[in-house]
Design a protein around this ligand. Structure first.
Ligand code: 13P
Length: 246
């Protein structure tokens, strides 16, 4: 299966700046070696989606409400994203930590994404304390078990999983490729045991956390690594274009 490279632009860039970045990526990524997705902020989503309509670069949202409509001031629902996005990041650690999203809520969001025809990019990962206490694998597998609990086996095969150790996000302290490989293997085995190997084979498992154009290949070469979720470096068109053409 082709690798998947997702750029998470987070809460950065005006509409104008988002369009400039989208254009530069479109021009510079001539021979992508992977499927590519960029996730602009909600304000820029419509413009970027329109700009990349005919492009090899697909567009994703950074969040989704678990309800399809209703009195949820300030929120964005799945039906609103239809036609604008093909992917949706769900359960990013910045949402878990800063906005108190728990696994129960995240499981409903994953389900909302699937219900509305979006591919969820489900983020899981341990924090530094959990890693130091030897609880990294347990934490990630517990998150996965609950986050996927609302889905049928067939729906699970549509999910993309992103392993993002919290301590490696935005810190410049990327995880060791060996440790990433171990965790991805562990997630892959979990999927085989809980579902079937046929389903597990269809699920791409990405790594994210201080990925840049220099270290990207070391993760992409890890066994069962299905691609990358890139934050800071995805705002730099040279770096991101390079990562997409490794
Ligand atoms: P950085 O690449 O900036 O560490 O961010 C990773 C991330 O959170 C992507 O979702």
């Amino acid at each position: 299966m082709k690798k998947l490279i997702v750029g998470n632009w987070k809460m950065n860039l005006s509409i104008r700046q988002s369009l400039v970045l989208a254009d530069r990526l479109e021009i510079n990524i001539e021979k992508p070696t992977a499927d590519i997705v960029v996730c602009p902020n909600f304000i820029s989503l419509h413009a970027v989606s329109h700009e990349l309509k005919e492009s090899k670069i697909k567009v994703g949202a950074q969040n989704i409400n678990n309800n399809d409509d209703g009195a949820f001031t300030g929120e964005i629902s799945g039906p609103m994203l239809k036609g604008l996005a093909k992917y949706c990041i769900v359960g990013h650690s910045e949402r878990r930590v800063n906005f108190g999203e728990d696994d129960e809520q995240i499981s409903l969001k994953v389900s909302a994404a699937i219900r509305n025809g979006l591919t969820p990019v489900l983020c899981v990962g341990e924090n530094l304390n959990q890693r130091h206490e030897g609880l990294a694998k347990r934490t990630v597998l517990d998150q996965l078990a609950e986050d996927l609990s609302e889905l049928t086996i067939k729906e699970v095969s549509k999910v993309v999983i992103a392993y993002e150790p919290v301590w490696a996000i935005g810190t410049g302290e990327s995880a060791e490729p060996y440790d990433v490989e171990q965790m991805i293997n562990c997630i892959h085995k979990f999927l085989i045991n809980k579902y079937q190997s046929e389903i597990a084979r269809k699920i791409r498992i990405l790594y994210g956390g201080s990925v840049n154009s220099d270290n990207a290949l070391s993760y992409l070469n890890a066994e069962f690594c299905g691609g990358l979720l890139v934050g800071g470096a995805s705002l730099n068109y040279r770096q991101f274009s390079k990562i997409c053409q490794l």
